[in-house]
Write a protein that binds this ligand. Structure first.
Ligand code: SF4
Ligand code: SF4
Length: 439
C-alpha cells in the first residue's frame, strides 16, 4: 500500500471518530436550554484577541502565565506545519507550502524554535504536577484519573515536540548529505544536526525522518481524538467559550424570564402577554439536573481546564466551607456524561433516579457561595460559576421551598412586611420617634 493510501485511510478514521464524538456532544447540547442572545460581535472578537490569543488572564501569575502562553502560541505556529503535513500526506509532496517563499521560512523557523520551547515548558509542567505539591492541583474533585489525564496529555504534547524536532533534524541532515535544496529554516534542528556525525548514510537518516514524520502525524490524529475526553478539550473549547461568554458585568445576575414577565404584567397590565423572545413553556424553576442547564453552562463545563484557579480564590473555600467552584463545573460535565445518553435515547422523561443537585452538588455547597464572583473573574476561560450556583438555589427555593431557615425568614418578611426585617410597615419608623426626623 502506498504512503498516500495509508495516510488517507488514517485521516479518514481520525475524521470519522472525531465526527462521531462531535455528533455526541452536539446531541448533548440539544438537551440544554437557551441562555442569552449572542450579540455585540465586535466586543466578543476583542475579548478573544486579548484573553485567548493575548492570554491576558494567564499573566496575572507571570512565570506560569508566560509558560502557558508560550505553549499556546507555539501550538498556533506549529499548526501551520501540521496542515502542511496533511497536504503532503494526501498529495504525496514534500513541504508543499514552501511555495509561500519567505513567509514559509519565517513560519517554519518559528515552529522549529517553538517545538523546543514547548518541550521545555511541558517538561516543567510535568515536574510541577508530579513532583511538586501545588495546592490547587488537589481537592476532592481531583481524582486519580484527573491527574493521569493531565499527565497523559502533557506526555503526548512532549512526544509531539520530540518527533517534530526529530523530523526536522533528520530533514536538515539528509538534505545536506544528499545535496538537496532545503526548504524552510530550522534554527534549532540545524544546531542539533551539526552535532551529528557526517558519516551517517542518507538512507538511514531518511528512514529516521520517515519514522518521525509518521509518529508525529499519527500522534496528532490520536491527540485530536483523545482531547474531547480529556481536560485538554479546552484546547478546542476555550476559544468558543470566551467568545460566547456573558458581556454583562459579573455582578449582574440574569433574571428569570418567566418571573420578569409576571412582574411586568402586574406592574403594567397593558403589556401582559407580550412574551416575544422568551421561552414559551417553563417546566421547572431553576436547575435541578442537566436538562435544566443552559447551553452556556454545558459549554463552560467542556471548556474547564481543571486548573483550580477559581477554587484557589474562593473565599468560602478559603474559610473552610465545603465549596469548590471547580467541582461544580466538573460535576456538570460528569452528570451530562452519565445522564445525557439516556435522555437522548428515551427522551426528556428519562429518569435514572439521580440528579445533579444532591447526587453531585450538595445544598451545603450551594449555600456556602457568597456570589462574590472571584471565581468567574479568575477563570482563564471565562466560566461563570455563580450563575449556575444561583440557578440551582432558585430550584431549591422556588420548587422545594428548602432554603436555609434564615433565608426563609427573610423571604416571608419581604412577603408580609415589604422589607427583610420582621417589623410591620407601621412600626418601621419607631426608632426615629424621639429624633425629630420627619418620616
Ligand atoms: S462566587 Fe461563590 S463560588 Fe465563586 S468565589 Fe465567590 S463564593 Fe466562591
Ligand atoms: S472553572 Fe475556570 S478557573 Fe476553575 S478550574 Fe475550570 S478553567 Fe480553571
Amino acid at each position: 500500500m502506498s504512503k498516500q493510501v495509508v495516510f488517507a485511510l488514517s485521516l479518514l478514521i481520525t475524521l470519522g471518530v472525531f465526527a462521531w464524538t462531535t455528533a455526541r456532544i452536539v446531541a448533548f447540547f440539544r438537551l440544554t436550554k437557551p441562555a442569552f442572545p449572542v450579540k455585540d460581535w465586535g466586543k466578543r472578537f476583542k475579548r478573544v484577541l486579548t484573553e485567548v490569543f493575548g492570554q491576558s488572564k494567564m499573566f496575572r501569575r507571570p512565570a506560569v502565565g508566560l509558560m502557558h502562553a508560550l505553549v499556546f502560541w507555539g501550538f498556533l505556529v506549529i499548526l501551520f506545519g501540521s496542515i502542511e503535513m496533511v497536504i503532503d500526506g494526501l498529495a504525496d509532496t514534500e513541504r508543499f507550502l514552501a511555495v509561500l517563499g519567505p513567509v514559509y521560512d519565517v513560519l517554519i523557523a518559528f515552529g522549529d524554535v517553538f517545538a523546543l520551547v514547548v518541550l521545555v515548558a511541558v517538561i516543567a509542567f510535568l515536574i510541577r504536577r508530579v513532583a511538586m505539591d501545588i495546592p490547587r492541583f488537589g481537592g476532592e474533585e481531583m481524582k486519580h484519573t484527573s491527574h493521569l489525564d493531565a499527565i497523559l496529555a502533557l506526555s503526548l504534547i512532549g512526544l509531539l515536540m520530540i518527533t517534530l524536532l526529530g523530523m526536522n533534524t533528520a530533514y536538515v541532515t539528509y538534505t545536506a548529505l544528499a545535496g538537496f535544496e532545503q526548504k524552510g529554516l530550522f534554527p534549532v534542528s540545524s544546531l542539533i544536526s551539526s552535532f551529528l556525525g557526517s558519516d551517517l548514510s542518507v538512507t538511514t537518516v531518511y528512514r529516521v525522518h520517515e519514522v518521525n514524520w509518521w509518529a508525529h502525524i499519527l500522534l496528532i490524529f490520536l491527540f485530536a481524538n483523545i482531547l474531547p475526553y480529556s481536560k485538554h478539550f479546552h484546547v478546542f473549547m476555550s476559544v468558543p467559550n470566551v467568545f460566547l461568554s456573558r458581556l454583562d458585568p459579573l455582578g449582574k445576575l440574569p433574571n428569570m424570564p418567566h418571573i420578569t414577565r409576571e412582574i411586568r404584567a402586574m406592574l403594567h397590565p397593558d403589556t401582559e402577554g407580550d412574551s416575544s423572545g422568551e421561552p414559551a413553556e417553563l417546566e421547572r424553576f431553576g436547575v435541578k439536573d442537566v436538562e435544566d442547564i443552559t447551553w452556556k453552562n454545558y459549554l463552560d463545563s467542556l471548556a474547564c481546564t481543571e486548573c483550580g484557579r477559581c477554587t484557589a480564590v474562593c473565599p468560602a473555600r478559603l474559610t473552610g466551607k465545603k465549596l469548590s467552584p471547580r467541582k461544580i463545573i466538573m460535576d456538570v460535565r460528569a452528570r451530562m456524561k452519565e445522564k445525557g445518553p439516556g435522555l437522548i435515547r428515551k427522551g426528556k422523561d428519562f429518569d435514572d433516579a439521580r440528579s445533579l443537585l444532591r447526587d453531585y452538588v450538595t445544598e451545603e455547597e450551594l449555600w456556602a457561595c457568597t456570589t462574590c464572583n472571584a471565581c468567574a473573574r479568575e477563570c482563564p476561560v471565562n466560566i461563570n460559576h455563580p450563575v449556575l450556583i444561583v440557578d440551582m438555589r432558585r430550584y431549591l427555593v422556588m420548587e422545594e421551598a428548602s432554603g436555609p431557615a434564615g433565608l426563609n425568614a427573610v423571604f416571608s418578611n419581604i412577603e408580609n412586611n415589604g422589607a427583610p426585617w420582621q417589623y410591620s410597615r407601621e412600626d418601621r419608623m419607631l426608632w426615629a420617634e424621639d429624633l425629630y426626623i420627619n418620616a
